[in-house]
Design a protein around this ligand. Structure first.
Ligand SMILES: Nc1nc2c(ncn2[C@@H]2O[C@H](COP(=O)(O)OP(=O)(O)O)[C@@H](O)[C@H]2O)c(=O)[nH]1
Ligand SMILES: [Mg+2]
Length: 318
């Protein structure tokens, strides 16, 4: 099932079927392409994700990289066995500090890849296909003015059951309402927080990157501020399923997304508070009370890393 692109106004919307492998191979020319898979404790699924991409898209993709953050399971071993290049965030520029978080993995991936286009794919996908990668790359290969392409999909709510275009809970109750209030030009984004997206390196390296789950909203807002709605595309990938999180973990995710979005409340792409090395260090405390009336505090980091192009190379510093 796909949607009528006419519904999407100025936002460039296509469907994955518009971007078959042979077309992308023609468009690729000398463009180098990386697929980056952030993964923490995804041993059950990461090998299938990386292995399928290598098998189907080996001629298109120049680098396939898994960025692991301190997984306690076999993620790194099974991803390497599937043929991916595996890096731990602890080994990438340790001089810049070592942190957890999905955004941190994406930020550090810039130090171990050199491709012109980078596609990000979640490692916990269970119902997906390698057309996800083709779909997010197609609009960037076809049109040099597109900087960022984000996927959208029906979400499979129950295994073998209903599918719906509704986003996840954080998408529907936090991200899309925030966009409606503060960036109405982006209300046509179906899945603003989708983990499947691609971006030009030249754009990514100019953006501050939140260390955690704020990375999707920040890249969307910052590309919009800088390049306008014309710089953004979205692509219908069909359907997707992944592993679901607990509501309390989603609440922490929502806090980070709101903090990161609120720093970008205006249309300006300049972040106000920056420390000496350009990292924004900030945290929010959340509290919940359980059935025994015992409260637990949780500190949610809302840190952001500086744009890659503002980080000196270690050699240049000496
Ligand atoms: N390297 C790394 N990857 C992470 C981290 N946290 C999440 N991820 C990965 O980011 C992707 C999306 O994370 P997930 O927790 O599934 O978020 P959700 O899909 O938004 O619920 C998955 O591939 C995770 O393994 C982290 O701290 N480090
Ligand atoms: Mg997930």
């Amino acid at each position: 099932m796909s949607l009528d692109p006419a519904e999407f106004g100025r936002l460039r919307t296509s469907v994955a079927a518009d971007w078959p492998l042979d077309l992308l191979l023609q468009l690729k020319g000398s463009t180098r392409i990386a697929v980056v898979i952030p993964a923490r404790n995804e041993a059950a699924t990461v090998a299938d994700v990386a292995g399928d991409i290598l098998r189907d898209l080996g001629t298109l993709v120049d680098e396939i990289v898994v960025i692991d953050s301190l997984s306690t399971d076999d993620t790194a071993r099974v991803a390497a066995a599937a043929g991916a290049v595996v890096h731990s965030v602890t080994q990438i520029r340790p001089d810049l500090g070592i942190r957890g978080g999905k955004g941190e993995a994406i930020w550090k991936s810039q130090f171990v890849t050199d491709s012109d286009l980078i596609a990000f794919i979640d490692a916990d996908l269970t119902d997906w296909g390698t057309h996800f990668v083709l779909g997010v790359l197609g609009p960037l290969l076809a049109d040099p003015t597109v900087q960022l392409c984000r996927g959208f999909y029906d979400r499979v709510l129950h295994a073998g059951g209903e599918v719906t275009l509704e986003g996840g809970r954080v998408t529907e109750l936090v991200a899309r309402p925030w966009l409606a209030l503060y960036r109405p030009e982006l209300i046509e984004m179906v899945q603003p927080l989708a983990g499947e997206w691609a971006i030009r390196r030249s754009a990514l390296e100019t953006l501050a990157i939140p260390t955690g789950y704020g990375v999707e909203i920040s890249t969307l807002l910052d590309v919009h501020s800088r390049y306008g709605v014309e710089g953004i595309a979205q692509v219908d990938l069909g359907r997707r399923a992944h592993l679901h999180q607990q509501i309390h973990d989603l609440a922490a995710m929502a806090v980070e997304i709101l903090a990161v979005a609120d720093r970008r409340r205006g249309s300006s792409d300049t972040l106000a508070v920056q420390s000496v090395d350009g990292t924004i260090a900030a945290a929010v405390t959340t509290r919940r009370v359980d059935a025994s009336r015992i409260s637990t505090d949780r500190i949610v980091s809302t840190d952001e890393r500086p744009p890659r192009n503002q980080v000196e190379d270690p050699v240049a510093r000496r």
